[in-house]
Design a protein around this ligand. Structure first.
Ligand code: AMP
Length: 440
């Protein structure tokens, strides 16, 4: 199948050809025709599936062929995204795909000054890519008007709710014309997302390109149990033992990302961190350097990492497990993309067992464990399986609680016979869903 059979116009086809896009991806095949016809769309698609072109191409075409010229301070298509990085990336895609079309696009996000954005909006833009908080600021200052709005895209809608943008989104939705085309993209479909879709979409075409909440199957995933205080040391050991050319590392905290980068730099490994405390230009610069191959290791928090578009990354390492299980799927989606295989390795300490169980429940499988010689932990990571922590009886069960329970160790509650195959139905349900992530 070719792009021309999807009904795209000549200037777009020429551009796609020059970008070496010869075959539409599944989400593009499914999304482009209904969006060209003006239908609403509800799409379950992760980053890496080609979803951006799935909405950008048909919207660019509709904006070119239909509707009036954009008026001052007005917007004809609005794309809401959760993070600054994703805003930049989506805007770059609109620029690339629309380079032969007479349309203007622009991105606005927080963390940089408001004035240049207000100036840029004065002439009006055909496509505005925005994070919800900054867009609301601009709207309240009358820098942007929605009277001409034809189309709204919610990109990574699940992530916008995770990041606590629900209130901003509601305020924005109330300001938009009700007669419009709405496209909703989300990697996962929680009840809150379904409710949002129910309220915003009218008879949407539905697209699902990956099974619900499934992690990319081309990624080999496993975990290495390790004591918390030895994680950085283990990472350095793995980096030299495996000789990974490039690794994306996820850490839970800003402090953790900076500490690892400091250690790596001391060892002469070109590395940088990106997290919410860093000014936007330096985050973008770090990302560009990583993409250009100037950095071997990029250490990121979840918020900073969500929109990263990096091809053929062989390896993702979770220095810490994410506090929200869905983020695991997003993290490992950075590798094994576009048909390449990748590795995703999680360094797991005993106090992360509940997070691990939540992840395994979400992805529906137990992550393989591989102990690293020399790093076998003093604090054992309890067994897990989809459904929760597997509760095992120790060899000499003299007491009803784990030795040390109440002194900071994990209380295991019920018991299984050693060696007994865990019955998933009887294990404790994993907590961790619906937790609010920290803003990184
Ligand atoms: P996305 O899921 O939108 O982040 O896209 C993932 C990557 O795939 C982006 O770098 C796109 O440039 C690339 N891409 C999207 N569609 C195609 C296509 N049909 N052929 C080749 N590459 C594509």
């Amino acid at each position: 199948m070719s792009f021309s059979s999807l009904g795209l116009i000549e200037p777009l086809l020429r551009t796609l050809d020059s970008l070496d896009y010869h075959t539409p991806t599944p989400v593009q095949r499914a999304a482009i025709p209904p969006v060209l016809k003006g239908r609403d769309l509800m799409a379950a698609a992760q980053t890496g599936t080609g979803k951006t072109a799935g909405f950008a191409l048909p919207l660019l075409q509709r904006l070119t062929l239909e509707g009036p010229r954009v008026a001052p301070n007005s917007v004809r298509a609005l794309v809401l995204v959760p993070t600054r990085e994703l805003a930049e990336q989506v805007q770059q895609s609109f620029l690339a795909y629309g380079r032969d079309l007479p349309l203007r696009s622009y991105a606005v996000y927080g963390g940089v000054s408001l004035n240049p954005q207000m100036m840029a909006l004065r002439k009006g833009v055909d496509v505005l890519v925005a994070t919800p908080g900054r867009l609301l600021d601009l709207y309240r200052q009358n820098a942007v008007k929605f009277g001409q709005l034809q189309a709204l895209v919610l990109d990574e809608a699940d992530r916008m709710l995770d990041l606590g943008f629900a209130r901003e989104l509601d305020e924005l939705f109330a300001a938009l014309p009700t007669r419009r085309q709405t496209l909703l993209f989300s990697a996962t479909f929680s009840d809150a997302i379904r409710q949002m879709a129910g309220e915003l979409l009218r008879d949407p075409a539905r697209v699902e390109v990956s099974p619900r909440n499934a992690a990319a199957s081309s990624v080999r995933q496993w975990l290495i149990p390790v004591d918390k205080k030895r994680k950085a040391e283990l990472f350095l050991h793995l980096l030299s033992a495996h000789g990974w050319p490039q690794v994306l590392v996820f850490a839970k905290t800003r402090k953790g990302t900076d500490a690892l980068v400091e250690e790596l730099q001391q060892q002469g490994v070109a590395s940088e961190s990106i997290h919410g405390d860093k000014p936007q230009p330096s985050r973008l610069r770090a990302l560009e350097r990583f993409k250009a191959g100037e950095l071997r290791v990029l250490v990121a928090t979840d918020v900073a990492a969500r929109g990263l578009d990096i091809h053929d990354l062989p390896c993702v390492v979770n220095l810490d497990l994410p506090t929200v299980a869905e983020d695991y799927v997003h993290r490992i989606g950075r590798t094994g993309r576009a048909g390449a295989t990748g590795e995703a390795i999680s360094l797991v300490a005993a106090d992360e067992v509940e997070l691990l169980a939540a992840i395994e429940t979400l992805i529906g499988k137990t992550l393989r464990r591989e102990e690293e010689p020399g790093f076998v932990p003093d604090h054992r990571v309890p067994e897990t399986a989809p459904g929760g922590v597997v509760l095992k009886k120790p060899k000499k069960p003299k007491q009803k609680t784990v030795p040390g329970a109440g002194k900071g160790k994990i209380h295991l509650g019920n018991w299984f016979e050693e060696g007994e195959k865990p019955n998933v139905k009887t294990v404790r349900k994993a907590p961790g869903f619906g937790n609010k992530p920290r803003k990184g």
